[in-house]
Design a protein around this ligand. Structure first.
Ligand SMILES: [Zn+2]
Length: 206
């Protein structure tokens, strides 16, 4: 979720193998679709945890896009793409925090069934992408990082599902709010780290 995902997740080395490239395109599409699904469902169901989980899909989709389309270019382009990703994630992260705090003041209780169902779908998406990538890894060096970020993403998805169950039983919005705050904060720290290293790289290029 933080740097294990949005800093080093997905391949950061040039992708030559056509089969692996196809897998990365598929991973990009799945992550982008899950981002949209979680934003729409999160807004409709009033679940801030789903919105915060969407941040992770956004960051991962950006990583796959960078691996596929930017990495063949120069280091400067990669740093610029990372900077754009960091800024977008930071902006979206701040929005999620604002929505969470204003929802907290209104005391809106999210719709637990939608929250749980989309959380499970997100879990399936992350596990599916992890299995797909794992089978297509040629070198060994990246296996561990893929495993670690998939695991952390799965932990986030499980937290959303558990929060949905807790909301269902308690009728309280607190489980949703707590998970949202933790996940949005992790995503924002990740974005800050990306921004720092990308701007450092750009400075070093001058
Ligand atoms: Zn991730």
């Amino acid at each position: 979720m933080s740097d294990h995902c949005h800093g080093s997740c997905s391949s950061q080395t040039p992708v030559a193998d056509a089969g692996y490239r196809r897998v990365l395109v598929l991973a990009l599409l799945i992550n982008a679709a899950m981002f949209v699904i979680e934003v729409v469902a999160g807004s409709a169901a009033g679940s801030k945890a789903l919105l915060a989980d969407a941040l992770d899909f956004m960051g991962d989709a950006a990583n796959y896009a960078i691996s596929l389309y930017v990495l063949d270019r120069s280091l400067v382009w990669r740093a610029r793409a990372s900077l754009l990703k960091g800024l977008t994630m930071a902006g979206f992260g701040v929005w999620v925090l604002l929505v969470t705090v204003t929802g907290l003041m209104r005391g809106d209780v999210p719709e637990a069934a939608t929250m749980g169902a989309v959380g499970l779908l997100a879990l399936a998406a992350n596990v599916g992408v992890a299995l797909m990538l794992f089978r297509h890894r040629s070198g060994d060096s990246n296996r561990e990082s893929v495993w670690i970020c998939s695991r952390n993403d799965a932990i986030g998805n499980v937290a959303v599902v558990l929060a949905a169950i807790a909301v269902w039983f308690s009728g309280s919005h607190w489980p949703d709010v707590l998970v949202a705050l933790v996940m949005a904060t992790l995503a924002l720290t990740g974005a800050a780290r990306i921004l720092r290293s990308a701007s450092g790289e750009l400075r070093a290029q001058r």
